[in-house]
Design a protein. Structure first.
Length: 446
């Protein structure tokens, strides 16, 4: 159940209807162009530019193809080598398979965003949660929990939200939430106006992007060759110290608000092909034995022995990756090449109702009704014990912060803080959802 919460907090970010204007040239560089709706099939493309928007066809399979292409295009743009010394910009002289820090790694992390005195977008922080000199990549992974810095002892679901231990490697997954320039600037604006805590009907502006990345330390160098790896400062829960490790990317949530979808979000989640069976190589989170996913997290219910994790087999349950999504994966894996052919899209989810309908007040207008692709598969590494629910099933409780859990956690619950956090109504709804999922799993006999 602890991984349950990741769907939710996987998307930490910010708010506000105000969008900071940018020069046209900068907007073109950051946003790319919209997909044409005058075609039956999307045209796959490897480009450093994210897609500005996508078609919204009514037909089910056609809609999946266009939204999945949207997801892949944005994944490619996020994985593009970054322009040195800049944040959020691609190196246009590089190719996808070239080395270097990726664009998504230059986004502002939550620990940079919610600090007392956040810096300007283009600046890199002189200090970090590890209080150590960061590597050249500037990647700091200081969270072994889906709740990031949430004080878990004051939340009943806390024992179920810790990171996942990899069955084969017996190491813990670590996480980072980060925001693009639009989202980051909106957060700073809202904080300056002191509107996060009492806000009702908070809205993000379009073109805001939030990501949640999942990383794993893989001791075997030969196995690491199949992953995207980056040197990072990592909080080691066993020693309670930060160490410099080479980390491997195992999962990524991407949440985008587009001009057409605003004030709603388009949700995408990616995984490494060797996370869980079926895989062509040994699975990181499954040893190939007959044991399936336990009915509850064996590391929950008390103090975790971080040095000796109780590992278990992680499998994909309930829903499988759609046929149309598998087709898109084959196309983009072939085009991307290199290590990027080892990643795949699990699902894209979108609301069926778009646009700022004047007939609804803010909180009602933000509610996606109904949710498109509601039978989509889950990401087993990021959503281990809540694979039957969708992104919006988890995020809809945070309606007053535009379905963004980071705002609820950091802005309303009082995190980070040396005082017990406030269990807001949204967090209580989330807690109830998690308890319901645990009960359902016990009744089903998983």
């Amino acid at each position: 159940m602890r991984l349950a919460i990741t769907v939710c907090l996987a998307i930490g970010a910010s708010l506000m209807a105000l969008v900071i204007p940018q020069p046209l040239e900068a907007r073109q560089r950051l946003m790319g162009t919209s997909l044409s709706c005058n075609q039956d099939q999307p045209e796959p493309m490897i480009s450093p530019d994210p897609v500005d928007d996508t078609c919204f066809p009514k037909d089910g399979p056609t809609a999946v193809r266009f939204f999945d292409d949207f997801s892949w295009r944005n994944f490619i743009a996020l994985m593009w080598p970054a322009e040195r010394g800049s944040r959020g910009l691609p190196n246009r002289n590089a190719h996808l398979v070239d080395g270097g820090t990726r664009v998504f790694e230059t986004y502002k992390a939550d620990w940079e965003t919610f600090r007392p005195n956040p810096t300007a977008w283009d600046e890199f922080e002189a200090s970090n949660p590890c209080a150590m000199q960061a590597p050249q990549s500037n990647l700091v992974l200081a969270s072994n929990s889906k709740f990031s810095n949430f004080w878990q002892g004051h939340f009943k679901a806390a024992p179920r939200v810790h990171a996942l231990p990899a069955r084969r490697h017996e190491t813990w997954v670590t996480y980072q939430t980060a925001f693009n320039s639009t989202g980051y600037r909106q957060i700073l604006k809202m904080r300056a106006d002191s509107k996060i805590s009492p806000a009702k009907g908070v809205l993000f502006g379009d073109r805001a992007v939030t990501i949640k990345s999942a990383w794993l330390r893989i001791p075997d160098a030969e196995t690491r060759k199949n992953y995207y790896n980056q040197l990072a400062l990592v909080f080691d829960p066993a020693s309670a110290k930060c160490v410099e490790w080479e980390m491997s990317l195992v999962g990524l949530h991407i949440v985008v608000q587009t001009p057409q979808s605003s004030p709603y979000w388009i949700w995408s989640t990616f995984e490494h092909v060797d996370n869980v069976p079926p895989s062509t190589r040994q699975s990181a989170f499954n040893d190939g034995g007959p044991d399936g996913l336990p009915d509850q997290d064996p590391n929950a219910g008390g103090l975790i022995d971080w040095a000796h994790p109780k590992t278990y087999n992680v499998v994909r349950e309930e829903r499988w990756i759609k046929k149309e999504t598998e087709e898109a994966n084959k196309v983009y894996q072939a085009k991307a090449g290199g290590i990027w052919s080892n990643y795949r899209l699990v699902m894209t989810q979108w609301p069926d109702v778009f646009g700022q309908d004047p007939d609804y007040v803010d909180s009602q207008r933000m509610r996606p009704r109904p949710v498109g692709n509601s039978d989509a598969a889950a990401n087993p590494v990021l959503e281990t014990f809540v694979q039957r629910v969708t992104c919006m099933s988890c995020h809809e409780a945070a309606v007053d912060t535009n379905y963004v859990w980071a705002l609820e956690i950091y802005g309303r619950a009082g995190i980070p803080s040396n005082q017990p956090p406030t269990l807001t109504p949204a967090l209580r709804k989330l807690e109830k959802l998690l308890e319901g999922e645990a009960l359902w799993r016990r009744k089903r006999g998983f």
